[in-house]
Design a protein around this ligand. Structure first.
Ligand code: MOS
Length: 738
């Protein structure tokens, strides 16, 4: 029996610098398109210029005449690619729309791919591919002619009679909000490199799920999954966009097979807006009924989300908004609106970014109606159970409010909108809650401890820039009682034991739980060899103890393969994972509500004359169980809050309603904050312990920090100006017209 290893103080792991930091800053870290330097051919995509209709004719003569062109692929010579069934939320294909014609289902759909000896020749020829279309009027978005509504069959949170409670409430709020289309725009573009050796395919592609990539690509090609090897050791940003199989991957694999040469595709920035998934626009109708003390008796949240014609993708964040407070009664609903668009997909904090923005804006509006401090309104409705009576595993929301509020100086806020001013600048202070479901998935790992005291850890988890190499190595070092520098770690390769997709902020929880299990098994074997019961990692950590055990066992290394299946998972969860079908549990789906929580406070300054909006100060406090590394965690939260400022003030993909075409498909017109937009940013990590979430006690933080920011900014803008903008992003023109 093992006693737990010594725990970090306050459940906060050491701020170790990234173990892969040197590789990254010296350019030695290899990303997907860095692989295969021996005679690759280069690919360039051609995408549709209509959103709905049919390809009549493709003329390739001019394109084929470009010197260096090897071959051109269209719907006419790619029929052997199999159509895969789309499953919402699975690790499978990103959309039902997988073919390259003749049907066109959205603007920017891939219609051809040129392969040439050089990138330049492929690009030149791509411009000479002539496609004639039979175009029809597309439906772009909500309210477009021809857009159709679908009521999903699934049950959304419901408890008590929320409508009756609303009607009977002393104080009522009835408001609507909307959020825009957003695109991930990872700095590393969408790339695929495929190389065949006989019947064996290696695919190099930035991936959040190498087992999904391997298995789904094999299905796409109609070959045995054992013949496909997916490699993705480093990913230059993903945010959900690299978690499913997108149509380009099968196309590149097929092209490489047909021309008998490796093919390398790096899609352009603007193509990345249409060949991948995105965050669709949403609408919200919220009603809240409360008594004079602020207790919320009724919460009604209805959402509308845009999706493609064939696929009912939705994020359905009512699953989370309904749980945040101890509402008396709850009714929620989600409607999917089908338009001529690509299927949307996961984008950082998919359900909660739009839905909690709406909830937390409404909380602020209710506080105004009640003439109550918005923090106090949250305190009055803080509860260890939700409206259905389901209890929280742990909940530190008000601790976060207290810590962040104190750091921010919230008690000095004067309540009246427009009452805080510095010359021409109106000052506004706002706050909002951050909430993210704690996910954990089935996973496997192999750990090898050598007599030298060095260790090797293998798991097909993913490094997206988050610090996965570092925190997983930290867990191994801690459990084996060896220095971090003695741990060698391998990730991002489908030949390693499988990990869940790097989505839903589960990687640290899942990977650390299974690595912990493998390490503990090694320690148990050492303890057995020494003929004693182990007394915890610290006491078995001395290298001499290890060497003694290795001598008795007469081996040079001890290897353990561990499997971890969280409670509630189906019995074949691990077998499914090997086959590319992940299981993720947690959040609101188990017997307890498992969530990480936080509180974000924001100061905005709005120029009284020009209505220019500035954000000089942000403070966020977050409680997420065990924090493996306070340095990488802090970086995650900073990046997330800055992204939250983008959601609040900058980010939106504009759609031409006539052509259903995205207009600002580049990083000059798709606005994100730059350094000058962010001044002071404070992150507080609030200690929390939760042994119920998973063996590692980790709640996950990757998607927590950008959840509350947009509402906090919007609430601060209201406090500065008295103007409530209910449609993101808040640009200055929305304050001029009011
Ligand atoms: Mo994240 S959007 O769950 O990859």
């Amino acid at each position: 029996m093992n006693r737990a290893a010594p725990e970090p103080k306050d459940n906060m792991g050491r701020p170790e610098p990234r173990v892969d930091g040197r590789l990254k800053v010296t350019g030695a870290a290899r990303y997907g398109s860095d692989f295969v330097t021996d005679n690759p051919a280069f690919a360039f995509l051609v995408t549709s210029t209509i959103a709905r209709g049919k390809i009549q004719r493709i003329d390739l003569d001019e394109a084929r005449a470009v010197r260096g062109v090897v071959d051109i692929f269209t719907h006419e010579n790619t029929g052997e690619l199999k159509h895969l069934k789309y499953v919402r939320g699975g690790g499978g294909p990103s959309s039902s729309i997988q073919e390259f014609g003749p049907e066109i289902s959205y603007d920017g759909q891939i219609v051809a791919m040129v392969v040439a000896d050089t990138f330049e020749a492929a690009r030149e020829a791509a411009r000479k591919v002539r496609v004639a279309y039979d175009a029809q009027m597309p439906s772009a978005t909500f309210d477009s002619a021809g857009a159709t509504e679908e009521q999903p069959k699934q049950q959304f949170p419901h408890a008590g009679d929320a409508d009756a409670a609303f009607d009977a409430a002393e104080v009522k709020l009835d408001v609507s909000y909307s959020t825009p289309t957003q695109h991930h725009n990872p700095i590393e573009l969408f790339t695929t490199t495929c190389a065949w050796r006989g019947d064996e395919l290696t695919v190099y592609e930035p991936s959040q799920f190498v087992y999904g990539l391997k298995n789904n690509l094999a299905s796409k090609l109609g070959i045995d999954a054992a013949r496909v090897h997916a490699v993705s050791p480093f990913v230059g940003g993903a945010f959900g966009s690299k978690s499913q199989l997108s149509p380009r991957t099968g196309l590149v694999a097929l092209a490489a097979k047909k021309i008998g040469r490796p093919v390398k595709l790096v899609a352009t920035r603007d193509q990345g807006f249409t060949i991948q998934t995105y965050r669709a626009e949403t609408r919200h109708h919220i009603r809240m009924g409360a008594d004079q003390t602020g207790r919320i008796a009724s919460f009604i949240h209805e959402g509308w989300e845009v999706s493609s014609r064939p696929d009912p993708y939705m994020v359905a964040g009512v699953e989370d908004s309904a749980r945040v407070y101890g509402f008396g009664a709850v009714r929620t609903a989600v409607t999917v609106v089908h338009a001529d668009r690509n299927t949307p997909g996961f984008m950082r904090s998919p359900p909660v970014v739009p839905y909690i923005y709406a909830l937390e804006s409404a909380m602020d509006e209710l506080a105004v109606k009640l003439d109550m401090d918005p923090v106090e309104l949250r305190r009055v409705n803080d509860s260890m159970t939700d409206a259905t009576g389901k209890p929280w595993s742990s909940r530190s929301l008000m601790k976060c409010y207290d810590a962040a509020g104190e750091r921010f100086g919230w008690s000095k806020r004067s309540k009246e909108p427009g009452s805080m001013r510095d010359g021409d600048w109106l000052i506004g202070w706002g706050c909002a809650s951050a909430v993210y479901p704690t996910h954990v998935g089935a996973a496997a790992a192999r750990v090898k401890l050598f007599a030298s005291g060095e260790a090797e850890v293998q798991i097909a988890a993913h490094e997206l820039g988050t610090g996965a190499y570092t925190v997983i190595a930290q867990m191994a070092a801690e459990r084996l009682g060896i220095p971090l520098s003695s741990v060698k770690i391998e990730l991002g390769d489908s030949n390693l034991p499988p990990a869940p997709p790097a989505g839903g902020s589960n990687t640290t929880a899942s990977a650390c739980s299974v690595v912990m299990k493998a390490c503990d098994a090694i320690r148990a074997r050492i303890a057995q060899a020494r003929g004693t019961m182990t007394q915890g990692a610290a006491e078995t950590s001395a290298q001499s103890d290890y060497q003694d055990a290795f001598k008795r066992l007469n081996v040079g290394a001890i290897e353990e393969y561990a499997e971890f299946v969280p409670p509630g998972a189906p019995p074949d969860a691990l077998k499914n994972l090997y086959n590319g079908k992940p299981y993720l549990g947690g959040g609101s789906h188990g017997e307890k509500l498992m969530y990480a929580l936080g509180a974000e406070f924001v100061e905005v300054r709005v120029n009284a004359l020009t209505r220019e909006i500035r954000v000089p100060r942000l403070v966020g406090a977050f409680a997420a169980g065990r924090i493996m590394n306070t340095r990488t965690a802090r970086s995650q939260m900073m990046g997330a809050m800055i992204w939250g400022v983008a959601s609040a003030l900058h980010e939106a993909t504009e759609i031409d309603p006539r052509s259903a075409r995205y207009v600002n498909t580049n990083l000059a017109d798709y606005l994100v904050p730059v350094n000058a937009d962010i001044r002071e940013l404070d992150v507080i990590l609030v200690p929390e312990r939760d042994d119920l979430v998973n063996p590692a006690g980790v709640k996950g933080i990757g998607e927590l920090g950008n959840v509350g920011t947009a509402a906090a900014v919007a609430n601060a803008v209201y406090h500065a100006t008295g103007i409530r903008v209910r449609d993101l992003p808040i640009r200055l023109e929305k304050l001029l017209s009011a």
